[in-house]
Design a binder for this molecule. Structure first.
Ligand code: NAD
Length: 464
């Protein structure tokens, strides 16, 4: 029997790969998608974005119910935690959504192969299933979308007991008494927040003198203050150089500082691209010195008809970036046109309050000597924020000094992750701050804070 043959074979069914598969099928390509995990959806759905958001929601409700309902005149007694039920709900969310992707594959006639995909020298792809059975498929085009895994640093062995990555930290069977977190980035703050709310003492050890590197510094400073107030301990300027684990717990060595002892440690120092075992060496796909696959503007690797998107290429390691890249890549293959605007990528940290950014930060603009105007509006001037008892935080709009075109928006406050979408749309359409404030925003909504920050750019804020 000849090998099954496809227009496009995608390796990896995370948000990059599965979305690319569906879009390619919509465009009339005959598509197969290979994933070694029975559950489709990749890291994002299985052990990343979705389960962490499920736990952030549950832990938020637990904390609110335990301590914050009194202010609304609601008295609650005997609140207790059923962690195993909480984890089961999280797992059910994952199972439901993963099953949804299988359904979408069927609907769009995407063929799914369960197994590990590896590219051969003749550019066919071998799929090896769990039992070791192999099958070869022929592809006119191959798209690598194999994502990433938690990275470590020298001196830390992730296989040690009590030395965890985000994967294990989403499934602890009891809140650790003292959880140390290495890295004050997205994962450290989100998962650190979950366990603090569920009763753990949480200490974040961060190499830099600030949290959330890459995000606007004013936003990060406010975030640091709020999380410290909530009870997370921060040890900034802590360069972790090693971790030991024994029966009692873990000892974390810091460069030039006394060690920190804890019951467990979560290592959240970034992620590394998954390119091993893919056969990229065999076909000669080039990688950079950090292991990322190098691609051109159309996601073409150094080998003809082999493409790569998402966390395996050196762009932001965000699920929505992978999705955009997957769509652009297959649209380019099928129609000759596909594009991602990397200047308008929203980034969201799903803590409480949420933190969200799009476009340039103030330090970017200063570095670029770009003259800008700044409008800031505090949520304490927003009626809805008071009504929901979440009036902490602010919206900051940065606009070009001469043209008023919006260059960046940075938000810390209630529902920042949703509010940033309006700002990204505005930027995508080349809006000015005036375009935002001349757009009618419904009252009473949190989105009025965005409008007011845009008004503040012009010095004509109403409620501030
Ligand atoms: P990150 O890059 O956000 O943060 C890593 C932190 O570790 C940095 O602050 C860095 O300075 C610090 N660090 C590095 N080496 C250190 C050392 N030796 N000692 C102390 N600190 C050290 O990475 P992450 O939080 O692991 O997240 C990984 C990726 O996953 C990110 O790229 C992020 O884009 C993605 N992610 C996104 C979301 C979201 O969109 N909400 C959530 C989770 C993860």
């Amino acid at each position: 029997m000849p090998n099954p043959s496809y227009d496009l074979v995608i390796i990896g069914a995370g948000p990059g790969g599965y979305v690319a598969a569906i879009r390619a099928a919509q465009l009339g390509l005959n598509v197969a998608c290979i994933d070694k995990n029975a559950q489709l959806g990749g890291t994002c759905l299985r052990v990343g974005c979705i389960p962490s958001k499920a736990l952030l929601e549950s832990s938020h409700l637990y904390e609110k119910t335990s301590h914050e309902l009194g202010v609304h005149g609601i008295k609650v007694k005997d609140v207790s935690l059923d962690l195993s039920a909480m984890l089961k709900r999280k797992d059910k969310v994952v199972t439901t959504l993963s099953g949804g992707i299988s359904g979408l594959f069927r609907k769009n006639k995407v063929t799914h192969y369960a197994g590990t995909g590896s590219i051969n020298a003749d550019k066919t792809v071998t799929v090896t299933d769990e039992a070791g059975n192999t099958r070869v498929v022929t592809a006119r085009n191959v798209l690598i979308a194999t994502g990433s895994r938690p990275a470590s640093i020298p001196g830390i062995d992730l296989s040690l007991d009590k030395v965890d990555t985000s994967t294990e930290a989403l499934s602890y069977d009891a809140p650790p008494k003292h959880l140390a977190v290495i890295g004050g980035g997205y994962i450290g703050l989100e998962i650190g927040s979950v366990w603090r709310r569920l009763g753990s003492r949480v200490t974040v050890l961060e190499y830099l003198d600030r949290v959330l590197p890459g995000m606007d510094a004013e936003l990060a400073r406010h975030a640091h203050k709020v999380f410290a107030r909530q009870g997370i301990e921060f040890k900034l300027k802590s360069r972790v150089v090693g971790v030991q684990s024994d029966k009692q717990g873990v000892t974390i060595q810091r460069d030039g500082d006394e060690p920190v002892k804890a019951d467990r440690v979560l290592v959240a120092v970034g992620r590394a691209p998954n390119t091993e075992g893919l056969g990229v060496e065999a076909v000669g796909v080039e990688r950079d010195d950090r292991g990322y696959i190098t691609v051109d503007a159309d996601y073409r690797t150094s080998v003809e008809n082999i493409y790569a998107i998402g966390d395996v290429i050196p762009t932001s390691m965000l699920a929505h970036v992978a999705e955009e890249e997957g769509v652009a890549c297959v649209e380019k293959i099928a129609t000759g046109y596909g594009h991602v605007d990397y200047g308008v990528i929203p980034a969201v940290v799903f803590t409480d309050p949420e933190i969200a950014s799009v476009g340039r930060s103030e330090s970017d603009l200063k570095d670029e000597a770009h003259e800008y105007k700044k409008g800031v509006f505090n949520f304490r001037g927003n009626g809805r924020a008071h009504a929901i008892e979440q009036a902490d935080g602010f919206v900051k709009v940065l606009a070009d000094k001469k043209t008023d075109r919006v260059l960046g928006v940075h938000i810390i406050g209630p529902d920042a992750g949703s509010l940033i979408a309006e700002c990204a749309s505005a930027m995508q359409y080349g809006a000015t701050a005036e375009d935002i404030y001349r757009t009618c925003h419904a009252h009473p909504t949190l989105s009025e804070a965005v409008k007011e920050a845009a008004l503040a750019v012009d010095g004509r804020v109403i409620h501030g």
